[in-house]
Write a protein that binds this ligand. Sequence first.
Ligand SMILES: Nc1ncnc2c1ncn2[C@@H]1O[C@H](COP(=O)(O)OP(=O)(O)OP(=O)(O)O)[C@@H](O)[C@H]1O
Length: 295
Amino acid sequence: MTALIKARHVAFSYGQHPVLTDVTFTVQPGEIIGLIGENGAGKTTLLNLLLGTLPLPSGQLQLFGHGPGDSAVKAHLGAMLQGDVVLPNVTVGEYLQLAAAQFAQSLEPQRLLSDLQLTALKHRALNGLSGGQLRRVTFAVALIGNPDLLFLDEPTVGMDTNAQRAFWQRMRALRDQGKTVVITSHYLPTIQDVADRILLLQGGRLVFQGPFEALQQRYQRVVITCQTPLPVTPFGRLAGVVTATKQAAGLQLITTDGDRTLQALVPYLKDLHQLTVHRESLADIFVQLTGGRAK
Ligand SMILES: Nc1ncnc2c1ncn2[C@@H]1O[C@H](COP(=O)(O)OP(=O)(O)OP(=O)(O)O)[C@@H](O)[C@H]1O
């Protein structure tokens, strides 16, 4: 299958400050890509390079076989960036009509407003909307051209719980329609749920790309806890165990290979009680990889 996005050795700096270094990846048609990384990792910069809103100084980028910003690409592209456009005294309905007029084959604005439960906002001015309402309108604008490829940068920020739920449902529907989506979000459990593959940027480098399960296998730690009268020392030597501690709460084993450690625990089972196994989520792995740093 021909890749829809090809990025090879992409690098970018703001002045003397390198932001992206040697970023190489491909995206296949129909994939949902979760682009994750801590604040300042370079996610928005990468999206802007893909959109052609930032010039590419080094490396190669192709979308649908064309360079970013090419008019042949724009017809197939929808984007929702951070920061919403607020045209004063323009209503939601007018804004969507304006956006629809940019595309030869757009969706029907009234229908889209209704699908996204935005009909009640149709006659409201953009500058009178709340942050979450504006975000939902921006999502509608990203969808109006019925794009094959969507770039969504922090799409759910400011949305309330119901709006977020509706958004993620729509994402699943887009996946079912075979759309290709690159989405950045700090809501990692939902990214874990919806993304076919994760691209993890760290300090401007792609340190991982692949399905969540592969990320789990490579980085995941499993925490096994139980009550036992046995001493801690032999447990520290079991396959996969990186730390074994015993406190009032019981024995805690942290292992990089939960399956092998559980097998190794079998001979001790009659002395182990209230055994629990906790596999780390994407959020746990993220904290572990970034050392829990905030930037
Ligand atoms: N216009 C700019 N001029 C100079 N530096 C910038 C500019 N925009 C971003 N940066 C810097 O580039 C780096 C990457 O920023 P970017 O917005 O791509 O990160 P991000 O991964 O999207 O972060 P976040 O999760 O906070 O949105 C950061 O160090 C940021 O401070």
